[in-house]
Design a protein around this ligand. Sequence first.
Ligand code: SF4
Ligand code: SF4
Length: 252
Amino acid sequence: MHHIEFDTKWTMVVDLDKCTGCGACMVSCQAENNIAPMEEGSNKLKTLTWLLVYELNNGKDFPERETAYLPRPCMQCGKPACVPVCPVVATTKDEEGGIVSQIYPRCIGCRYCMAACPYHARYFGWLDPVWPEGMDKALSPSTSTRPRGVVEKCNFCHTRLLNARTRARAEGMDPKNLPDGWYKPACLEACPTGAISFGDSKNPEHKVHDLIKDKNAFRLLESIGMDPQVYYISRRDWVREQSDNHLPNDKH
Ligand code: SF4
Ligand code: SF4
């Protein structure tokens, strides 16, 4: 797929030196996006985790061993591998901010997109979603539930973008030029250490505009050219190197 640039670029920046791996972001993502808890949740092939926290280590033994945690949502790639392979146009790159959408009623569950995604960010619903008695009352009213048999993934809590735009319209403001902080994904709000920043990286008034230029900022698998809209920051060399899947003699 050719690269497309838009006026707005919704961008997430995660400071890995602040992330403690607590998993609050994963839980809030599940709640916000109506992902049912599963008995088989520990089965990595069947569970749905739109946001997954990976554990990294520096490969050394105690006492030199260091650990880091890396939350991985969908990267909303600028050049998404998942979009051109879909035979029914069930996933698209949104021209107003670059979020990669997933259109559940169109998806036929072929899973080509899952095979194409190098970040393992897509999930197939093997099971019907079932909520424990009483918990169904806590379903988020703004996010649709999905049947089994379709693929789903993080969409930067897209309904929150729609809500922020509605608020801007109501206040007589331009819904396409939201102030910093008006549109925040659920994971950001839940993070107790403030490790996640979010905004329009093309807008100089948004914090992420400068954050992505930090000398310690990097993206995952930069070398394969997917142009992700998710950035990471770490002041630790081993984290930056490992997260980009460097091989010992790999100079890129
Ligand atoms: S699983 Fe669904 S979204 Fe993915 S390629 Fe097939 S039809 Fe498209
Ligand atoms: S991370 Fe995977 S699912 Fe998300 S846009 Fe990129 S290729 Fe598609």
